[in-house]
Design a binder for this molecule. Structure first.
Ligand SMILES: Nc1nc2c(ncn2[C@@H]2O[C@H](COP(=O)(O)OP(=O)(O)OP(=O)(O)O)[C@@H](O)[C@H]2O)c(=O)[nH]1
Ligand SMILES: [Mg+2]
Ligand SMILES: [Zn+2]
Length: 309
């Protein structure tokens, strides 16, 4: 076996890893690798050490991660999604319908990772066809809270200059529901890359995701983007109530004005959150969204206690 050398995980599919490295001629190469069984989950974006074993390589260690996006799988086990990312790009569209609950959860995750968030409304070409005022109001609200929202169309190319410049020098992961056009956006940015684009009807009706694994792409001008499979739910059970509040950037300052440290913002006196809602300083739907997430943490806690009994 050769000496260990440095590499970067471009994709992870089952037991297969694609590792990018620089060869003796300083040229970028890709090697198909597997990983040592004792290694914790290796993910796209990881910096690793690997050894050449001929046809295949083997990843032997993961270098310390700067950031890690993770989420619980359907069994509640926490799974890493991607490592060393600097920006979360939350893609939404008029179709399939955007749900603010999912957006809020992504925002909480990004705030707690200390990375940038960018909201991208794709399929802007559809906006003329029907009345999407609810969606446009939602976007206006996120802008007011302080988030950047770009309006783009992977089909027409509208908004792509702004999108490209927001992605420059960042390592961005594209997240969101299945069918919003994450892969279509990346394909439009990088026409030479092979990416599968799915028919929306299939994703919506059969719950099938076109993209099945997380994959990293380079921009010629610098910066990288990661395509990921669409999701329906994003559990935050691995976080505590303080993390959730930290993730609601608009709520957290008002919560400081609550009289009680453990205020539930329901019927307590001197509640900073309720006060801010009545003064029109906070959106009630954001407060409700926050409470729903807190409730979901409590539900999981109760379930776990029941199991132990
Ligand atoms: N009208 C319109 N349709 C779009 C646009 N971008 C993507 N689509 C369509 O939306 C559908 C889904 O696109 P994908 O890029 O596969 O969506 P995805 O988010 O990658 O989906 P998953 O991989 O399943 O998570 C395809 O039929 C695309 O042609 C757009 O700007 N306008
Ligand atoms: Mg896709
Ligand atoms: Zn309160």
């Amino acid at each position: 076996m050769s000496d260990a050398q440095h590499g970067r995980i471009l994709s992870h599919h089952g037991k297969e890893l694609n590792v990018e490295y620089v060869d003796d001629q300083r040229q970028p190469q890709i090697k198909s690798c597997h990983f040592r069984a004792n290694l914790e989950s290796v993910v796209t974006g990881d910096q690793v050490l690997w050894c050449d074993e001929g046809d295949k390589g083997v990843v032997v260690s993961i270098e310390p991660r700067e950031t890690l996006l993770q989420r619980p799988d359907s069994y509640g086990k926490l799974r890493p999604v991607a490592a060393n990312i600097s920006q979360l790009v939350i893609v939404i569209a008029p179709e399939p319908e955007a749900h603010h609950g999912l957006i809020d959860r992504y925002l909480v995750a990004a705030e707690n990772m200390g990375i940038k968030c960018l909201l991208v409304l794709n399929k802007a070409d559809l906006l003329q066809q029907t009345d999407y005022s609810a969606l446009l109001n939602l976007i206006a609200s996120y802008r007011k809270i302080g988030y950047e929202v770009l309006t783009v169309s992977a089909h027409s190319g509208d908004g792509f200059e702004e999108l490209q410049s927001a992605l420059n020098k960042e390592v961005s992961i594209f997240c969101g529901q299945s069918g919003v056009g994450k892969s279509s956006l990346i394909k439009k940015l990088l026409p030479d890359e092979e990416l599968k684009i799915g028919a929306l009807s299939e994703a919506a009706t059969k719950g099938r995701h076109t993209t099945t694994h997380t994959q990293l792409f380079h921009f010629p001008s610098g910066g990288e983007c990661i395509d990921s499979p669409g999701i329906r739910e994003f559990g935050l059970w691995h976080m505590d109530a303080d993390d959730i509040l930290h993730g609601f950037v608009d709520l957290r300052e008002h919560a400081l004005n609550c009289k009680f440290r453990n205020c539930q913002h329901e019927n307590e006196v001197q509640c900073g959150i309720k006060g801010a809602v009545s003064e029109g300083l906070l959106y009630k739907w954001r407060v409700d969204s926050y409470k729903r997430i807190i409730q979901s943490l409590n539900d999981v806690k109760m379930k776990n206690q029941d199991k132990k009994r």
